[in-house]
Design a protein around this ligand. Structure first.
Ligand code: IPT
Length: 973
């Protein structure tokens, strides 16, 4: 006989969102449950209705089978569906995982209600016990619960089977931009309650101390027993009891499952309120008692007292217009694919905290439940997003009544699960699904059920940022040009807070103009922040030899963003996918192993809680840029960096300063009279151990220039000879390749996807041919003119070499054809002999920085091994640059080497790779480092922008045509 769950063909029925699944609720049953995680018997069928084979293999739960050697592999696609079938259809070839294991039901569960919870399964879950159908569920990122009381025997054993169908009607609304997998991605557990149990508890804790707890009580045995009541306490202090309750449905004979409601209300005096800076939590315990006073069920939750409201065009938390310094976060892991542990999530959030983030959008589905506990505890504002993205068929689905139930189901189940988290401040209806009646239905449900939080949806907001009739209380665009945001805020027509749900696309070497965005946000009423796209580079650890995912055994095969030999970070196409979207999956602010990318250091500075406002006669004005707390959690040191190689430090006393206030402190140093460039930095660290950072962790390093560099004096000419060969190339004992003109950078992902690299290639900038034109000698001075011929133009490059004390000076100019009006760089490139492995420089650092991403790198004296300068973006590209470099040395262990002095702060990079080495490969395992250093000195270097998805860099960061001049001196150490 065909199994009824299979016979229904639920994978082709969008109206069928579940069958016999219990209602979602906010009662956490994780503690005290029977953990069913581990290795399960497993087989992967080619279709859901294929017969089971004799042989079983095994699969780890929770986990996706696509990284567990089953032959079905991950596939990365952004917008396009992985199959051509239109909604609600799915392909006939439909991998279906059958998971089976014995469960032993504890004998002491006799008489209790026994519930199975499957944390998450994608995309259709069918449940059987001992061959009998139990129920089914869709909604791949939320738990499904089923009542097994009548199907299992306490003290006995049963066979539990979970069948997971990979493709379904639901796949069309789970078309998010990440890897497609199949499997059970969150824990499976079995728990028992008393038949009389808490079906749900809803908590509202307000900023003024008002607390309201709504308890829903059920008894599976039939009518609720007489005399039950509920008690509660907050941090052990009893709350007023309320024995009154309403019986819902009591008159309705058809209902066997009676529902009672009881409300506890109280006011907590002198309440410590919750916000992302000081996330104060109280433990609320609610007990459900039988008439004799014994406890039938308990609910425990950490509660935060806070208010969220929109007033005018401001989103207020506890009455404060907070900035949203957010990031979009997926549940991702480079070994497991999707399954994350609580330690993984804590590590994510600690890192975000340390780098100044205060908000998370759970792109694009409800994240693992543990994330919200951590966000409450550590302090994050969360935009909780429902599991709805129908990107490829957005227009058809948004108004398709067959999907109406699924939309309301997914949004409402998220709200029911997460409603008690203070961290959740906004509900999101999903992502990239056009806008239709199905969204309005879901928004209507939320607004009725939870009027305490705003609703947002980008697809609705797009219809008009100020439109009062769309299902979005927030104007939450993605990748809107800054000028559009500013124009809206200044138009007088803004009615809603403007918080970009996605901005500053972090693909490869990116996030240009982030500091400009924040300068605008912080100076423009109406702009309140946004969520960077995204946290993770989703590289999956892969064996280079056979292309298989390494899976859970891969720990220790990577460090600092780099994979060990024989391994690599796989991106789209690396698993042999015919259709894929390549490296677009690697667009996070951290590497797949969570190593922060350089942009994180800039973000940390942008979010600095304390800043130097200005320096004047009276001293230095400091400002507290937080919303809720003083500076007492911080300690600081002053640092004075002098061009002459000296760095002085002095202890700093941070003033007692309320949020938003400023105070003037005395200048800690007497400026030496040498007239040289001088920079004052306030190095700010944590004054105590915090939940997210040990004492002494760096928080920010605001900096101000005290004295500009004097105009350079002309170096003393003479004292040596310049050797130039017949081709006009400099010959120097420390150089393996002479300085030549450089106009090409290995295209960044932004350069490629934004179309710039294509233009540069069309101009022939990647293959310029140098032809010497003349070599002229004038006393000790040698002038070399060369032409660099491209496909559509010629650059005339002139180098004047002049011997100076201890070395030589190079004065250069390059004249670009008019058409080449936006190139990657204009500068010199040369290569050193091997062995010069340490770079010391005076300029911005120590992190990588570029003209439009230079904010987090203070000017000072920095030193790093050459190998540590390069950033291993997943697809090799321009990397390793340092902005504002005035001079540097490259030295060997014996302190020999070379010194370069630049005429002005310039963009410099020192790596082991030529631009063409990086251009030629697609993954790091293909790169062979050169023994010497490749040194690039740029007269001008194009900003990075974010054009892989969003605005390009501003005109002011582009490299114009015309004549560029630069000069530098080279000396031996
Ligand atoms: C937008 C998506 O919401 C997000 O999931 C991701 O794909 C991001 O862009 C780019 O990485 S959609 C895009 C077509 C604007």
């Amino acid at each position: 006989m065909t199994d009824p769950l299979i016979a229904l063909r639920p994978w082709q029925a969008p109206e069928l969102t579940s069958w016999r699944r219990l209602p979602m609720n906010a009662v956490d049953r994780r503690s005290g449950a029977l953990d069913l995680d581990g290795d399960w018997r497993f087989q992967l069928l080619p279709t859901p209705d294929a017969p089971l084979a004799e042989a079983w293999s095994s699969s780890h739960v929770p986990g996706v089978w696509t990284v567990q050697g089953t032959g079905d592999l991950p596939q990365y696609l952004n917008i396009r569906m992985p199959f051509p079938d239109v909604p609600p259809h799915s392909p006939a070839a439909n991998p279906t995982g059958v998971y089976e294991r014995e469960i032993e039901v504890p004998a002491e569960w006799a008489g209790r209600r026994i519930v199975l919870q499957v944390g998450a399964a994608e995309s259709v879950l069918l449940v059987h016990v001992d061959g009998r159908p139990v129920g089914l569920s869709k909604d791949s990122h939320l738990a499904a619960e089923f009542d097994l009381t009548d199907l299992v025997r306490p003290g006995g054993r049963s066979v539990l089977r979970l069948t997971v169908v990979k493709w379904s009607d639901a796949s069309h609304i789970e078309d998010q931009d990440h890897w497609w997998h199949g499997g059970i991605t969150r824990s499976v557990l079995l728990y028992a309650t008393d038949p009389l149990h808490l079906a749900d508890v809803g908590v509202r804790a307000r900023f003024d101390g008002r607390l309201r707890v709504d308890c829903q009580v059920r008894d599976t045995g039939g009518a609720l027993p007489e005399g039950w009541y509920v008690s509660g306490d907050l941090d052990g202090r009893p709350l007023a009891q309320d024995r009154e309750f309403d019986r819902l449905n009591a008159e309705d004979e058809r209902v066997s499952d009676f529902l009672g409601e009881v409300r506890i209300e109280t006011v907590v005096p002198d309440v410590r309120t919750w916000n992302a800076e000081t996330p104060e939590l109280y433990t609320l315990t609610v007990r459900l008692h039988r008439a004799d006073g014994t406890v039938a069920d308990t609910f425990r939750h950490r509660v935060g007292f806070r208010d969220v409201e929109i007033v005018g065009r401001d989103l207020l938390v506890n009455g404060e217009r907070v900035y949203i310094r957010g990031v979009n976060r997926h549940d991702f892991h480079p070994l497991t694919g999707r399954t994350v542990t609580s330690e993984d999530m804590r590590a994510d959030l600690l890192l975000l905290k340390r780098f100044g983030f205060n908000a998370i959008r759970t792109a694009h589905y409800p994240n693992d439940p543990g994330l919200y506990d951590l966000a409450d505890e550590l302090g994050f504002y969360v935009v909780d997003e429902a599991d709805i993205e129908s990107h490829d068929h957005a227009h058809e689905i948004a108004d398709d009544p067959r999907y109406l139930g699924a939309f309301v189901d997914r949004v409402s189940r998220m709200v029911l699960r997460d409603k008690n988290h203070p961290s959740v401040i906004i509900w999101s209806l999903g992502n990239e699904s056009d806008y239709g009646a199905n969204h309005d239905a879901a928004a209507g449900w939320v607004r009725r059920h939870d009027p305490t939080r705003p609703v947002q949806y980008e697809g609705a907001a797009k219809r008009g940022w100020a439109d009062p009739d769309v299902a979005s209380d927030i104007a939450c665009p993605m990748y809107a040009p800054l000028e559009d945001c500013l124009a809206h805020a200044l138009s007088g027509k803004q009615t809603k807070p403007l918080i970009q749900c996605e901005y500053s696309h972090a693909m490869g070497n990116s996030n240009g103009t982030l500091a400009d965005h924040w300068a605008a946000i912080e100076s423009t009423p109406g702009l309140q922040g946004g969520f960077i796209w995204e946290f993770w580079d989703h590289g999956i650890l892969q064996h280079v030899s056979d292309g298989t995912p390494v899976g859970r055994a891969g720990a220790g095969r990577y460090a600092n963003g780099v994979t060990a030999p024989g391994y690599r970070w796989a991106y789209g196409g690396d698993f042999g996918e015919e259709h894929h979207d390549g490296v677009f999956i690697a667009d996070g602010v951290v590497f797949p192993d969570r190593t922060p990318k350089p942009v994180m250091f800039e973000h940390r500075e942008i979010a600095a809680p304390v800043r130097i406002e200005y320096v004047c006669h009276e001293g230095i004005e400091l400002g507290n840029h937080q919303h809720f707390r003083g500076l007492d959690w911080l300690s600081a040191t002053w640092e004075l960096s002098l061009a002459e190689g000296l760095t002085l430090t002095a202890p700093a006393e941070l003033p007692t300063l309320g949020p938003g206030s400023t105070a003037t402190v005395p200048m800690p140093f007497e400026l030496p009279d040498d007239g040289g460039e001088a920079w004052l930095t306030l190095r700010v660290t944590t004054a105590e151990d915090l939940p997210w950072a040990v004492r002494g962790s760096e928080v920010c390093a605001p900096q101000v220039r005290l004295r500009a560099a004097p105009t350079p004096t002309a170096p003393v000419v003479g004292g040596g000879a310049v050797r130039v060969d017949d081709d006009g190339l400099l010959v120097h004992p420390l150089l393996a390749a002479a300085p030549v003109l450089s106009l090409w950078r290995a295209p960044t992902d932004n350069d490629e996807l934004g179309g710039m690299a294509g233009r540069w290639r069309a101009w022939g900038l990647d293959a310029l041919v140098r032809t010497p034109v003349s070599v002229g000698r004038d006393g000790e001075r040698v002038t070399v003119v060369a032409e660099y011929v491209g496909a559509t133009g010629v650059v005339r490059h002139r180098q004047v070499f002049t011997p100076v004390a201890g070395g030589l000076r190079v004065d250069e100019s390059a004249e670009l054809p008019e058409e080449w009006d936006d190139v990657a760089r204009v500068g010199s490139v040369f290569e050193t002999v091997a062995g010069l492995d340490l770079l010391e420089w005076f300029g911005q650092g120590p992190w990588e920085s570029y003209p439009d991403r230079a904010g987090g790198a203070p000017v000072g004296h920095h030193a790093l091994p050459v190998d540590a300068l390069f950033t291993p973006y997943l697809r090799p590209q321009e990397s390793g640059g340092r902005h504002g470099v005035r001079r540097f040395t490259l030295s060997a262990a014996d302190a020999t080497g070379l010194a370069v002095e630049l005429d002005a702060p310039r963009q410099v990079s020192v790596t082991r790779f030529r631009a063409e080495d990086l251009t030629a490969v697609t993954h790091h395992d293909e790169l062979v480092p050169r023994a010497g250093c490749v040194v690039q000195l740029d007269a001008a270097h194009r900003g990075l922008g974010t054009a892989s998805c969003g605005p390009d860099t501003f005109a002011s960061y582009r490299v114009p045509t015309g004549v560029h001049h630069w000069s530098w001196t080279l000396r031996a150490l």
